[in-house]
Design a protein around this ligand. Sequence first.
Ligand SMILES: [Zn+2]
Length: 113
Amino acid sequence: MHELSLVNSILDQLEEISRSNYDRKIVRVDLKVGALEHIEPEVLKNIFDQVKEGSCAERAELVVSQEMALVRCRNCMMEYTPEDSIWICPRCEFLGGEIIKGTEIIIESVYLE
Ligand SMILES: [Zn+2]
């Protein structure tokens, strides 16, 4: 499951951050997820709440924000945000494009107690 392995890798990073900060506990994590990853923030939060038990992030709240998708038309080079899973350039109607933004998953901020 995509979400579970994502949460596990987030927790690994949090453990590392906690360790290098005198084992202080983590109280909040801000995560940015690209829209093209198709991750449900609620699903992610639920899994996080189950997996965080007994970890340095036991009392942490996960705050998920979405990064808008941006693709570039391969024909006219226009950059646009696709409305759905089919990418059609709004200017020349060319199908498909190159991803500029929307696939990143990054921990933006971590708050220690
Ligand atoms: Zn175009």
